[in-house]
Design a protein around this ligand. Structure first.
Ligand code: GLN
Length: 497
C-alpha cells in the first residue's frame, strides 16, 4: 500500500514486503518511502497540506514493524497509517507551519494502535463545502480525472485513499463530507452514529451534527479502523458510554433475509441517469445475494437541505465566534481600535463560504427570527428523525445514491452556492437524524467516474452496515478498481497496449 519512489526515474512502486524491494526494478535507483506527500505533489493532487513530523521519511523499520491493513492479511486491530484530517485549514489556526498543541482523541487512538500518520489531508475551509475547493491551500483534485473535484469537504482524504497514497484516512461528516467524497473518488467511507466517535480535538463546525469516521478501500478496512476510533471519551460531552464492540464481527454473515428499504423520495428528477442505473444494478446484486426490497417513505426528505443550512449555520456562527483575533488564531496586522481589529480579523481571516455561513447563522439566531427559523428547523429535524424511525420498522437498512451526480468540474459550482448545497441532497438527512451511513463504490458513469451507493442503518447498526457492504464487496470488484495514476507503471503500459 505504501508507495515507494525511485529517486532517479521517479517511477512509483508498491512497497513490497515480500520481495523487500530497495532498488528500482527499472533503473536500479534507490527507492525511498517518501510516500504520500511526494506522490501527491508529483500528480498535483493537492491532497495534503502538511506533514506532521518525519513521516515522509519512513524507513525500512517502519514498514517491517507494524501494522498493515487487514486486506494485506495481517491481523485485525492493526491498522496502518491513517491520513488524518486533523484540524481545519482556517486561515488563522493551522497556517503552516503551525502545529496542533494536542492530539484529537481519534489521532491518539491511531497512535496507540501503532498507525503511522502520513500527513494532514486538505479539505474545505472549516469543513464547509462539497467539493474541497474552498481550502486556503487550494483545491484538491480527483485522482480519476484531475479536472474534477474529489467531492468534499473531506476531499483530500478521499483522494489520497483513491490514489492509493494511504490505506486509510479519517474524515468528518456534518452533512455528507465522508460519504460524498468517497462516492466521487470510488472509495468506501462510514459516518458512525452521532456520539460513537469522540469529537475531542476536532475543530467544531456544527457540533450537533459533526462526526468523525474512517475512509478506506473496503468495508473490511473500515471495520478495523472503526475498532480503533470508536469508544467512550469523557472529554466529549456527547460521547456515548457503551460497551466496546468488534465492528468486524458480522462481516461474513450471509445476507439472506436482509430487508432493504428504498425511499421513494430518493429516485426523483435530479438524479443522474448513470447514477440511477448503477444503484439499480447494485440493488439487483443485493437481491441475488438473498436480500428483499421494500419501498419506504421519508416524506420530509426535501426539507433536509433548508433545515440543515439553518441549523448548521447557526451552530457554526456560534462556534466560530471564538476566532476573534484575541483568543485564537489569526489577527489582522493593521487596525486603529478594538472594534476595527475584530472586524478586519474576521473579514480577512475567513473565506467567502465561511463568512456566508456566519451571516446566515447570526441572522437565524437573532431576536425576532429565532422562532421563525431556528426553532422551526429544530422541529422539522425531529420529524425527519421520525421518518427514519418509521422506515426502519419495516426494513433493516436503507439504500440509495450517495450523490445525485458524479464528480463535477473544478470551478463549475463555485459561483452558485445553492447548486453546491444540492450535492448533499442524499446525505444530509442522515446527519440530522444522527444515524450511521456509508458509501461504497458501485460502478462508473459513461465518463469513467466512480459512483457510490449509500447504505443507511438504524442507530448503532454500524456492524450490520459493514456486513451489508462487505458482502457486496465480496460479490463485486468496484471497490478494487483504482485510477490509472495509482497503478504500477507496468500495469498502465499493459493496459495501454
Ligand atoms: N457540504 C455540507 C456543508 O457544506 C456538508 C459538509 C460536511 O459534512 N462537513 O455544510
Amino acid at each position: 500500500m505504501l508507495r515507494m519512489i525511485c529517486r532517479s526515474c521517479l517511477r512509483l512502486w508498491e512497497a513490497d514486503r515480500v520481495h523487500n524491494r530497495t532498488s528500482c526494478p527499472r533503473c536500479g535507483g534507490a527507492l525511498t518511502f517518501r510516500t504520500a506527500i511526494e506522490v501527491g505533489h508529483i500528480f498535483k493532487l493537492g491532497t495534503f497540506y502538511s506533514v506532521p513530523f518525519d513521516a515522509t521519511y519512513l524507513d525500512e523499520q517502519s514498514i517491517e514493524h507494524p501494522i498493515q491493513m487487514g486486506s494485506y492479511g495481517i491481523g485485525p486491530g492493526r491498522v496502518l497509517a491513517a491520513i488524518v484530517e486533523q484540524g481545519h485549514d482556517d486561515r488563522g489556526i493551522v497556517w503552516p507551519p503551525s502545529v496542533a498543541p494536542y492530539d484529537a482523541h481519534v489521532i491518539a487512538r491511531f497512535d496507540q494502535a501503532g498507525a503511522v500518520n502520513l500527513g494532514k489531508a486538505n479539505m474545505d475551509e472549516f469543513a464547509m463545502g462539497s467539493s474541497s475547493e474552498t481550502s486556503w491551500f487550494g483545491a484538491v483534485r480527483n485522482p480519476w480525472d484531475t479536472t474534477r473535484v474529489p467531492g468534499g469537504s473531506s476531499g483530500g482524504s478521499a483522494a489520497a485513499v483513491a490514489a492509493r497514497l494511504a490505506p486509510g484516512a479519517t474524515g468528518t461528516d456534518t452533512g455528507g463530507s465522508i460519504r460524498q467524497p468517497c462516492a466521487m473518488c470510488g472509495v468506501s467511507g462510514l459516518k458512525p452514529t452521532y456520539g460513537v466517535v469522540s469529537r475531542y480535538g476536532l475543530i467544531a463546525f456544527a457540533s450537533s451534527l459533526d462526526q468523525a469516521g474512517p475512509m478506506a478501500k473496503s468495508a473490511h478496512d473500515l471495520a478495523l479502523m472503526l475498532n480503533v476510533m470508536a469508544g467512550f471519551d469523557p472529554r466529549d460531552s456527547t460521547s456515548l458510554e457503551r460497551a466496546a464492540e468488534d465492528y468486524a464481527r458480522d462481516l461474513e454473515r450471509p445476507l439472506r433475509g436482509l430487508r432493504i428499504g428504498l425511499p421513494k423520495e430518493f429516485f426523483v428528477a435530479g438524479l443522474h441517469g448513470d447514477v440511477a442505473r448503477a444503484i439499480d444494478a447494485a440493488i439487483a446484486e443485493y437481491r441475488r445475494l438473498g436480500a428483499t426490497t421494500v419501498e419506504v417513505s421519508l416524506p420530509n426528505m426535501a426539507l433536509s437541505i433548508p433545515v440543515y443550512y439553518v441549523l448548521a449555520s447557526a451552530e457554526a456562527s456560534s462556534n466560530l465566534a471564538r476566532y476573534d483575533g484575541v483568543r485564537y488564531g489569526f489577527r489582522t496586522r493593521e487596525y486603529a481600535d478594538l472594534g476595527e481589529m475584530y472586524e478586519r480579523t474576521r473579514a480577512e481571516g475567513f473565506g467567502a463560504e465561511v463568512r456566508r455561513r456566519i451571516m446566515i447563522g447570526t441572522y437565524v439566531l437573532s431576536h425576532g427570527y429565532y422562532d421563525a427559523y431556528y426553532l422551526k428547523a429544530q422541529k422539522i429535524r425531529r420529524l425527519i428523525a421520525g421518518d427514519f424511525a418509521s422506515a426502519f420498522s419495516c426494513c433493516d437498512v436503507i439504500a440509495g445514491p450517495t450523490s445525485p451526480t458524479t464528480a463535477f468540474a473544478i470551478g463549475s459550482r463555485m459561483a452558485d452556492p445553492v447548486q453546491m448545497y444540492l450535492s448533499d441532497f442524499y446525505t444530509i438527512a442522515i446527519n440530522l437524524a444522527g444515524l450511521p451511513g456509508m458509501s461504497i463504490p458501485a460502478g462508473f458513469d459513461a465518463a469513467g467516474l466512480p459512483i457510490g451507493i449509500q447504505l443507511i442503518g438504524d442507530y448503532f447498526a454500524e456492524a450490520r452496515l459493514l456486513n451489508v457492504a462487505h458482502q457486496f464487496q465480496r460479490a463485486t470488484d468496484w471497490h478494487a478498481r483504482a485510477p490509472a495514476m495509482a497503478r504500477e507503471p507496468q500495469d498502465r503500459a499493459r493496459e495501454a497496449k
